[in-house]
Design a binder for this molecule. Structure first.
Ligand SMILES: Nc1nc2c(c(=O)[nH]1)N[C@H]1C(S)=C(S)[C@@H](COP(=O)(O)OP(=O)(O)OC[C@H]3O[C@@H](n4cnc5c(=O)[nH]c(N)nc54)[C@H](O)[C@@H]3O)O[C@H]1N2
Ligand SMILES: Nc1nc2c(c(=O)[nH]1)N[C@H]1C(S)=C(S)[C@@H](COP(=O)(O)OP(=O)(O)OC[C@H]3O[C@@H](n4cnc5c(=O)[nH]c(N)nc54)[C@H](O)[C@@H]3O)O[C@H]1N2
Ligand code: SF4
Ligand SMILES: [Mo]
Length: 688
């Protein structure tokens, strides 16, 4: 009889739930994989994407050896297998040359959310690159404006716990699709709804979440700031606001009140496309049927005006005194509770040179093709990211990567669209093959991920590769050679210095506990003490800090305009490309099971918009703008607003005949924090 061992871990994917997972291992091979029944959030079940995870782990296309490209980057790639020694020597020799000629800032590491692990997302993006003096990446592809906007308003991202909705009478889900993107929130929401909670969804698309709501409103994209300020105006003129609360707990209430007077119901209806009657009804439900939660996520802020949109949204709970109330408040990210100790991740204190320049990741194509000079970029090292499929304006990125003098290294589990543009490809160890430590952005548990199986083939973890690269570069600092387990142990201790709730949570304790450990340092009601973490300690409706960020101190609405794509022709449509149900951005985009469930790449279009273009349901259409063009299948449906088309992110163009939505998306940045603007995107759709 062979032994089966159970190994506890964390789902590493970019999802707020950060599920606890259990792998059963027999003779060094993972044979079973499932959700941890003792994890309060996971509750023993996993989403459709991750349930068949062992297919992903043992996928026949896993890279298992380092590869060197043998032809030009303008041709379809051909490869020769090489040893790790040769790979590391090729890379470090080239980097030494680049550094001698141009300086280390000519090298750019590009990584994002392939894994959310402390070690393989944060430490690997810090220590080695800071020692080298490489360019830094402005990590603003996802929720930078939302995070900054919430921080400016209440001081920290302390979203409500999922189960708080059990105490709500109204839940407003705004530009968020949790059925797909935060599945473990849904059982709580369903239970609440059964008990009489009213669930309202605000989204230009009838998402899976909208289908289950009591009421679904479809505003024009990018007008949510106006919608929030218009609701504020109705609430104030109706006297539904909480004057005493506002006086005691906010900064700038009189200014805010005077400012929002301009957002009359009629004007708001015109801007947003939502009728005055619906605005009235929405304002009344939200303000009077309390406790009420406003829950939003990052989709709504991926617009040119995303920062101010979030400032407006985050003001609403204050207006009706709902911060600090059980069943009320703001449901955004919970990532502002615990943050891993920055010094342990980055070792800035050990580094002699001043911080280096920062390159906005949304501008990757522009940066590679001349926007960045002194020195121009000469090398890109990509890990835990797939910019040729996930980053905006892919055709420009392609141009940059086709440069003869650009030296590109990609470390991934698979031959992604990005890996196909590399000079050297390195095989990455997956989550079951390495240690890591996880916090979450949807809750406040931390989870240890123990390695369950040895790395496949010659795969190596990102941290192990950083150690080899450090040796290859001749960097002798001991903190570049620490082993992963030691870093996990150190990180827990270092973080506990500033985050008291973590005191006593050592690596040993986590190993004994196996399951996730809750580390919230409040009662579970964010801001129950009404101490906000802004400079004033109050909710800042008027924010002095906002001025330093280059935006108006009061939440303000201005239209989100895709300046490059000629809106004036009157015939372009607003393309929204949010999350696909069966992929996590492009992760799982190569799973046959998930591709089959997602179906053929499609674009949803309203019947009226289809009719004037002679587009029929199921027809092949060309979707294009100044940036590029792709073929898609038309799905004619009133599940999208007139003027709006929807085609989810996540396809690999090398597996789907070039269906990469990001050849169309703009690389313009938003009003705040260098945020991506995927959804401020005009396209033309015509029959093929
Ligand atoms: N299944 C799955 N889960 C995922 C991901 C995935 O790709 N697939 N991605 C992960 C990542 S990286 C993130 S950041 C989160 C994102 O989580 P969410 O923000 O929940 O997901 P999105 O689909 O990006 O955006 C949510 C909704 O915003 C809507 N939206 C877009 N523009 C507007 C607008 O102007 N106004 C309003 N009101 N709504 C608008 C879209 O139609 C979409 O339904 O999900 C994570 N989870
Ligand atoms: N059109 C459109 N595009 C979008 C968005 C959108 O809403 N619309 N959303 C944006 C958002 S919110 C985000 S967060 C980004 C995400 O974009 P990315 O961060 O680029 O995420 P993925 O596309 O999932 O690619 C992650 C890659 O990392 C690899 N990987 C996984 N684990 C590891 C590991 O341990 N080590 C290494 N070396 N590699 C690993 C995976 O195989 C995968 O190829 O996409 C953005 N792209
Ligand atoms: S993707 Fe999200 S819901 Fe699915 S297993 Fe991972 S953490 Fe859980
Ligand atoms: Mo994201």
């Amino acid at each position: 009889m062979s032994d089966i061992t159970k190994v506890y871990g964390a789902c590493p994917h970019d999802c707020p739930d950060t599920c606890g997972v259990i792998t059963e291992v027999e003779n060094g091979r993972a044979v079973k994989f499932y959700g941890d029944p003792d994890n309060k959030i996971t509750d023993g079940w996993l989403c459709a994407k991750v349930r068949p995870y062992l297919d992903h782990v043992y996928h026949p296309d896993r890279l298992t050896h380092p590869l060197r490209r043998t032809n030009s980057k303008t041709e379809k790639a051909t490869w020769a297998q090489i040893s790790w020694d040769e790979a590391i020597k090729t890379i470090t020799d080239r980097w030494q040359k680049i550094i001698a000629e141009h300086g280390a800032e000519a090298i750019l590491p590009y990584s994002f959310s392939g894994t959310l692990g402390m070690l393989h997302m944060e430490v690997v993006s810090g220590r080695f690159w800071n020692r080298m003096g490489a360019s830094q990446l402005e990590r603003s592809i996802c929720g930078a404006a939302g995070e900054t906007g919430v921080n400016l308003t209440v001081g920290a991202r302390r979203g409500i716990p999922y189960d708080a909705v059990m105490h709500s009478k109204t839940v407003l889900i705004w530009g968020h699709n949790p059925v797909s993107t935060a599945p473990h929130f849904m059982p709580w929401l369903k239970k609440a709804q059964k008990n009489g909670t009213t669930v309202i969804v605000i989204d230009p698309r009838r998402t899976r979440t909208a289908k289950g709501a009591d009421w679904h409103l479809m505003p024009k994209p990018g007008t949510d700031g106006a919608l929030a300020l218009g609701l504020a105006q109705i609430i104030i003129t109706s006297g539904w606001h909480d004057e005493a609360w506002l006086e005691a707990n906010t900064v700038g209430w009189p200014k805010f009140r005077a400012h929002v007077a301009q957002y009359t119901a009629e004007k708001t209806a015109d801007t947003t496309g939502i009728s005055v009657a619906d605005l009235q009804k929405l304002a009344q439900l939200y303000a009077q049927n309390t406790p009420s939660i406003l829950k939003f996520a990052d989709g709504v802020q991926r617009h040119k005006n995303g920062g101010q949109t979030v400032r407006a949204l985050a003001s609403l709970p204050a207006l009706i005194g709902q911060y600090g109330v059980l069943g009320g408040g703001l449901g955004y990210s919970a990532s502002g509770y615990l943050q891993w100790d920055g010094e342990t991740a980055n070792k800035w204190g050990e580094i002699a040179h001043p911080p280096t320049r920062i390159v906005n990741m949304n501008r990757l194509g522009a940066a590679l093709t001349g926007e960045i000079q002194d020195p121009p970029l000469q090398s890109l090292y990509v890990f835990g990211a797939n910019p040729m499929a996930a980053t905006p304006n892919v055709n420009l990125i392609r141009q940059g990567l086709e440069r003869e003098d650009m030296f590109t290294v990609v470390h991934d589990l698979f031959m992604t669209d990005t890996a196909e543009m590399a000079d050297i490809v390195l095989p990455a160890a997956g989550q079951l093959e390495k240690i890591d430590l996880h916090r979450a952005y949807g809750h406040t548990q931390i989870t240890l991920n123990e390695p369950a199986i040895p790395p496949l083939g010659e795969c190596k973890s990102d941290w192990d590769v950083m150690r080899l690269l450090a040796t290859g570069m001749g960097y002798n600092d001991p903190w570049l050679q620490e082993d992963g387990e030691a870093i996990v142990a150190d990180m827990l201790l270092a973080t506990a210095e500033t985050y008291p709730a973590l005191k006593g949570v050592t690596l040993k304790k986590m190993r004994t506990a196996k399951s996730a450990i809750p580390v919230a340092h409040d009662t579970g009601i964010p801001f129950a003490d009404l101490q906000f973490l802004t400079p004033s300690g109050k909710v800042e409706l008027y924010s002095e800090q906002a001025i330093a960020h280059g935006i108006d101190p009061l939440p303000t609405y201005y239209p989100a305009v895709d300046e490059t794509a000629g809106e004036e022709d009157g015939f372009s449509l607003n393309l929204i490309s949010g999350a696909a149900h069966h992929f996590v951005t492009t992760s799982f985009g190569n799973s046959q099971k998930m591709i089959a469930r997602e179906g053929e790449p499609f674009i949803e279009i309203h019947p009226d918009d289809a009719a004037v273009r002679q587009i029929t349901h199921g027809a092949r259409v060309e979707v294009s703008n100044q940036r590029g063009s792709i073929p898609l299948k038309a799905v004619v449906t009133d599940g999208v607003r007139r003027g709006v088309v929807v085609s989810p992110k996540g396809r690999w163009s090398n597996l789907s005949g070039g269906h990469n939505i990001n050849v169309l998306t703009p690389d313009a940045t938003a009003d705040l924090a260098g945020q991506s603007t995927y959804h401020t995107n005009r396209v033309w759709v015509k029959p093929l």
